[in-house]
Write a protein that binds this ligand. Structure first.
Ligand code: SF4
Length: 324
């Protein structure tokens, strides 16, 4: 499977590896997801960055070479309202960030239209788990309890004109093979209906975070590699996204099998790049303001140097709005 997956990746993506970095806008959230460090019941320092601080974070990433920035926020109708999100996107567009992506609470099609009009290119929304019973148990409070609304979110995003839409399951919450099948069915349905939209799939594994949640269905490294192979063989042209949740040696292996887009040098707390004092790190796994603990602590420069050593081309920019 590994050899076939690698060959399929070369055929459709060559040796390009698209690089991105997240900017965490806010760790305030009205939901109580049992597995997340930002869950509203966790006693962590809460912060929402002002748009000019978001710009500062983006400038830091631009200086490192990034041109693809993912804005991440918890779901909070007041703190991260649609007006606030629109403002952040506009601020980054003025900075000439060609690819602005969002990972935020589900919105209406109308709100998504405001964000695409402001200059956002992509949206990422994970179902977390496709198993309805597990989903119900892990989301005891907040608007995220609505499974259907979340499941239909990629459709609304495509309808609103996002050029790229990412889906995924948080691995470790439920049997990974069942999640893989459900995710594949979801992706297949989306690709058929919204054939002009580029879909990507993410494979985040649960990491330690505030709240000390223990994954009920752990996924081994071998399972994760098998999943990447299976996704690549089933969807030869879909981008596969890998974050810094995984340790460096495993990321190096997955990059050579089927992953086509990865983050590097990430901070998963608001202000993490330029304002470390704003969110003091207390006890990891207890009161840490990070959403999850990063496992690959290499800088962006170190990751890209390693990719080149492995024969890959790190790509910082592959899109500009003038191509629309
Ligand atoms: S997973 Fe998302 S919605 Fe759930 S608590 Fe964390 S930030 Fe909020």
């Amino acid at each position: 499977m590994g050899r076939q997956a690698q060959a399929a990746t070369f055929r459709h993506f060559g040796r390009a590896m698209r690089m991105f970095a997240p900017v965490y806008l806010s760790n305030e959230c009205v939901n109580g997801c049992l597995y997340c460090g930002f869950s509203h019941k966790n006693a962590i320092p809460r912060i929402t960055l002002a748009p000019d601080v978001v710009e500062k974070e983006a400038r830091h990433l631009l200086a490192e070479g990034f041109r693809n920035i993912l804005l991440v926020a918890g779901e909070h109708p007041q703190k991260t309202s649609i007006d606030y999100l629109e403002k952040c996107v506009k601020q980054l567009r003025q900075l000439d960030v060609p690819s602005i992506n969002l990972e935020i609470g589900p919105q209406s099609t109308e709100n998504y239209r405001r964000l695409t009009a402001a200059g956002a290119e992509g949206l990422v929304i994970y179902q977390e788990t496709y198993d309805r019973e597990t989903y119900r148990r892990l989301h005891p409070i907040g608007p995220k309890q609505d499974y259907e609304w979340r499941l239909q979110t990629p459709h609304r995003a495509a309808e609103a004109g996002f050029r790229r839409v990412g889906i995924g399951a948080l691995l470790g919450l439920h049997d990974w093979r069942q999640e893989a099948l459900a995710m594949a069915a979801h992706l297949d349905e989306l690709q058929r209906k919204w054939w002009q939209t580029l879909f990507t799939v993410s494979i985040p594994r649960l990491r330690p975070a505030a709240g000390r949640f223990t994954p009920p269905s752990p996924v081994s490294d071998r399972d994760l590699i098998q999943l990447v192979c299976a996704l690549r063989l089933a969807f030869p042209q879909a981008g596969i996204v890998l974050s810094t949740r995984e340790p460096a040696p495993l990321r190096d292996i997955l990059a050579q099998i089927g992953v086509t887009m990865m983050s590097a040098g990430s901070h998963t707390d608001p202000g993490g790049y330029t304002q470390p004092a704003a969110t003091p790190t207390i006890e990891p796994e207890d009161h840490s303001p990070e959403q999850f603990a990063v496992a690959d602590n290499r800088s962006a420069r170190e990751v890209t140097a390693r990719l080149r050593q492995l024969g890959y081309d790190p790509v910082w920019k592959d899109w500009d709005a003038c191509l629309n």
